[in-house]
Design a protein around this ligand. Structure first.
Ligand SMILES: [Zn+2]
Length: 184
């Protein structure tokens, strides 16, 4: 089953993508432009990444992963790690299980432009990733109801926990006020 790969390249891809995305922001703040010499991108895509820093940082990150993959091409799922992450999050967004972020593009958009990037630089790898996508979507159909129930249960627990924390905070403030008044 490909969801549990025989190597760590998918997990590595997720971790390295997150770190490289932040490095993309650092690059942007240093040079004022999110563009890096992305030799194979169209002019239109270069325009897009130079006007939206988040897309620029994502492109920086996937480009970094690609360069790692060129040197270590046994790590087949390195770039897929980032895509898988956003594919799963986009399914959760679609179901309303998580909210669409306001400070980053939606997971659905991120998934699509990352896959687009891979399509442009390595069409054979892209085809392979489409097969993974098909597998994830099939798996999602099978586990959808169970996952939805678990996430809703978890969200409810979290809400209760936060409400309890709020109550404790109110008691603590009340207690402190009383003890201060007692001291006077
Ligand atoms: Zn960012």
């Amino acid at each position: 089953m490909f969801l549990i790969p025989e190597d760590f390249s998918m997990l590595d891809g997720m971790e390295k993508f997150i770190i490289s995305h932040e490095m993309g922001h650092a690059f942007f703040s240093q040079y004022g432009i999110a563009a890096w010499p992305y030799e194979s991108l169209s002019h239109q895509k270069k325009e897009l990444i130079s006007t939206d820093e988040e897309i620029g940082a994502d492109t920086f990150a996937i480009h970094t992963l690609r360069h790692i993959y060129i040197k270590h091409n046994d790590q087949k799922r390195l770039m897929w790690g980032a895509c898988m992450f956003f594919l799963v999050f986009s399914l959760f967004e679609k179901e309303g299980l998580i909210s669409i972020p306001t400070n980053h593009p939606s997971s659905k958009d991120r998934y699509h432009y990352l896959m687009d990037y891979i399509h442009d630089v390595d069409s054979a790898l892209y085809e392979q990733y489409l097969r993974y996508e098909k597998g994830v979507l099939g798996f999602w159909v099978a586990v959808h109801d169970t996952v939805k129930k678990s996430v809703l249960r978890y969200k409810k627990k979290r809400q209760n926990y936060l409400a309890e924390l709020g109550q404790i905070e109110t008691y603590a403030k009340h207690y402190l006020r009383c003890s201060e008044e007692g001291e006077e």
